[in-house]
Design a protein around this ligand. Structure first.
Ligand SMILES: [Zn+2]
Length: 434
């Protein structure tokens, strides 16, 4: 569908976009507000979701102390899987149902926050797992009512899960990542304390930073909201409503900050300014993509991460896994080479915000210029050399395409059609870059 702007109303295209803003408290020391904020949300007995590694860090003790001081009793769940699965979501939901809590606090990366969202959902509105999971993997049933309050405290500068209504997991039997998407899943509020960034290993800063970059890049180059069919009723407008002036604001600033600070943040854990600014970029990009939606690199990433064989990245638990940000980054240069012609000015603007000199670049070069800047940055922060760098070869392309096709929510948000043959071409061009 390619509605022209003026013919939009006649063609039944969107003429409006919706802004869903999250309540966010950002700043050094903000974790100390956890107790007061949980109490203000009405919590008396909360489930605290975290992971075993975090329990050893000072942030966990600080949050538990703040909650205790505010009189919030805790049931602690620290068995969160590094990449959640259908089984780990169900386990967390059983815990939440048995714990008889009136609210949720999550402290950790995207996996922890997503697990708390799922536990809250299934404890609040019991149903088989597949009920609320996105079609075609699940039934895509709407969440029937509000959830219990959820205070999300991210400790990594990546997923933006604290400000989005999305929870991602690996459905093991299907061999693919899928998720649940609903406004009701969005945490009630978030506390983002950039001190947490100081305890992230460099490899995690690099991979999660590339995830942030792709949230901003993909939301900025997504199909514009004016080229989507208007929903009936209007309250059914999806979170992935396409690029719009609100999401553009956050994308531009996130990209500018990443261009200025990501390499510094990866190089030096003691560079407080750089790590704080990347954390702020993650929050901004999260708000942006929660209101616009990501597209092809994320759709392809679910297959790249979901089909991992024996890739074991440094800086992560010793298990075969492709970190989400790495899985997204390996496809991004191939995708922007392909989509550059759909909105050349935007692709060039992204390259310039990241630090490229785009003077004299022609529209026809936009995809190549942006791909070049992405590749420069990927090499600077030690990302793998395309999908071959995480263990895939030409024989895997059919499987990777099969794992991507179910991600229709994301593929539909791309600026151009991406049928099977196009995805196969993208994967083959994403195997190796240098
Ligand atoms: Zn992501």
């Amino acid at each position: 569908m390619t509605c022209g702007a003026l013919a939009a109303i006649e063609a039944g295209c969107e003429t409006a976009f919706t802004v869903d803003a999250s309540r966010v408290t950002f700043g050094r020391g903000a974790l100390g507000e956890a107790g007061a904020r949980a109490r203000a949300l009405g919590m008396r007995r909360a489930a605290l979701f975290t992971d075993p590694r975090l329990r050893a860090l000072p942030w966990s003790e600080e949050v538990r102390g703040s909650l205790a001081a505010a009189g919030v009793e805790l049931a602690i769940y620290d068995a969160v899987a590094i990449e959640p699965t259908d089984a780990s979501f169900e386990d967390a939901a059983r815990f939440a149902a048995d714990a008889r809590v009136d609210g949720y606090v999550s402290l950790g990366g995207g996996s922890v926050i997503d697990t708390a969202k799922a536990a809250n959902l299934y404890a609040s509105h019991p149903a088989p797992l597949r009920a609320y999971v996105n079609v075609p993997a699940g039934d895509g049933r709407p969440v029937p009512g509000p959830l219990a309050p959820h205070l999300a405290c991210p400790t990594t500068s990546g997923t933006g899960s604290e400000v989005t209504g999305i929870a991602i997991f690996d459905w093991v039997a299907l061999g693919a990542k899928t998720g649940i998407a609903s406004q009701r899943l969005r945490p009630s509020e978030a506390i983002v304390d950039p001190r947490c960034a100081s305890t992230m290993p460099a490899e995690v800063v690099a991979a999660s930073g590339m995830d942030v970059l792709c949230h901003a890049l993909e939301s900025y180059t997504a199909r514009p909201y004016t080229r989507r069919a208007a929903p009936v009723p209007p309250t059914a407008r999806p979170m992935s409503q396409g690029g719009n002036p609100w999401s553009d604001l956050g994308c531009r600033e996130a990209l500018r900050l990443l261009g200025a600070y990501l390499e510094r943040a990866v190089r030096d854990a003691t560079d407080e300014e750089a790590r704080s600014q990347v954390m702020w970029a993650a929050t901004l990009a999260g708000i942006a993509f929660g209101n616009a939606g990501v597209h092809a690199p994320h759709a392809m990433a679910y297959a790249v991460a979901g089909r991992v064989r024996d890739f074991r990245p440094a800086g992560y638990p010793d298990a075969p896994l492709v970190p989400h940000g790495m899985a997204v980054a390996v496809s991004a240069p191939a995708v922007v080479r392909y989509t550059g012609g759909t909105a050349p000015a935007r692709h060039l603007e992204v390259a310039a915000l990241l630090g490229a000199d785009v003077r004299g670049a022609a529209d026809a070069d936009a995809g190549e210029v942006l791909a070049g800047e992405l590749l420069r940055l990927m090499r600077a922060v030690a990302m793998p050399n395309g999908a071959s760098g995480v263990g895939y070869g030409p024989d895997d392309i059919d499987g990777l395409v099969e794992g991507t096709l179910p991600q229709q929510r994301l593929l539909g948000n791309a600026p151009c059609e991406l049928p099977r043959e196009a995805l196969a071409g993208l994967f083959s061009r994403a195997l190796r870059y240098w």
